[in-house]
Design a protein around this ligand. Structure first.
Ligand SMILES: Cc1cc2nc3c(=O)[nH]c(=O)nc-3n(C[C@H](O)[C@H](O)[C@H](O)COP(=O)(O)O)c2cc1C
Length: 192
C-alpha cells in the first residue's frame, strides 16, 4: 500500500526562510506520528517563471512540478510570509492556477510568518477563505510566528513550537482517518 502523500508548500522566495522552517516543523510533526510520504517545496524550487505564467500551460517545468505535487497530495501544509497584511501575491497566484476541485476534502494545515505580531490573525482572515473556496478540510489549529519566535534560523518560542506540534498532530490524525476510510471499501470489496 502506498503511503499518503503529505506536501509542504512555503511561499518564501529566499533561503533561509522562517516560513519554510515553520512549514517544516508542522510537516515533520505529522510525519513523526504516522507513515506519510512527506515532501516540502518552496518558491525557490518553483523558480522565477511562476510569476510570469498566466496559465498552467505557460508554467516552466520546475513550477509545474510544484503545482502537480500540490494537486496530487493527500494532505498539505501551506505557508506564506505576510506581505502587506496578507499572504504574498505569488502564493495566491500559484493557487489561482490550482484546479478548483483538486483540494476538496483534503486535510490542510495553515501557517504564516510576519515581522511582528500585528498580523497574526492573517491565518484566520486571509488563508481560511481561500482554502474554504477549495472545500479543503482545514485543521483547527493555524500557526503564526513572528521574527522574535526564531533564533539563528530555528523556531525557538515554546508556545509557537507547541502550536506547530498540535497542528502536525491534527493533520496526521485527519490524514490517517481519511486514508483508512478510503482503504475500507476497497478492502471490503476485495474480501467479497
Ligand atoms: C514586501 C514585504 C512586506 C511585508 N509586509 C509585512 C506585513 O504586512 N506584516 C508583517 O508582520 N511583516 C511583513 N513583512 C515581514 C515578513 O513577513 C517576515 O519577515 C517574514 O517572516 C519573512 O518570511 P521568510 O523568512 O520566509 O521570507 C514584509 C516583508 C516584505 C519583504
Amino acid at each position: 500500500m502506498t503511503r499518503p502523500r503529505l506536501v509542504g508548500l512555503s511561499a518564501n522566495v529566499q533561503r533561509p526562510s522562517k516560513t519554510r522552517t515553520l512549514v517544516d516543523a508542522v510537516l515533520r510533526e505529522a510525519c513523526n506520528q504516522a507513515a506519510f510520504d512527506g515532501r516540502i517545496f518552496d518558491f525557490v524550487d518553483a523558480g522565477p517563471g511562476l510569476g510570469g505564467a498566466w496559465t498552467r500551460d505557460q508554467l516552466p517545468l520546475p513550477a509545474r512540478r510544484v503545482l502537480e505535487a500540490i494537486e496530487e497530495a493527500d494532505g498539505l501544509v501551506v505557508g506564506s510570509p505576510v506581505y502587506k497584511g496578507a499572504y504574498t501575491g505569488l502564493f495566491k497566484h500559484l493557487f489561482d492556477l490550482v484546479d478548483p476541485g483538486a483540494l476538496a476534502g483534503k486535510p490542510v494545515a495553515i501557517v504564516a510568518t510576519g515581522g511582528g505580531a500585528r498580523h497574526a490573525l492573517v491565518v484566520e482572515h486571509a488563508f481560511r477563505p481561500l482554502f474554504g473556496f477549495f472545500g479543503a478540510l482545514q485543521i483547527p489549529t493555524a500557526v503564526y510566528a513572528s521574527d522574535a519566535d526564531f533564533s539563528a534560523g530555528a523556531l525557538t518560542e515554546a508556545g509557537v513550537r507547541a502550536r506547530a506540534a498540535e497542528a502536525g498532530g491534527q493533520l496526521a490524525a485527519l490524514l490517517a482517518h481519511r486514508a483508512a476510510a478510503t482503504a475500507g471499501p476497497v478492502a471490503l470489496a476485495a474480501a467479497e
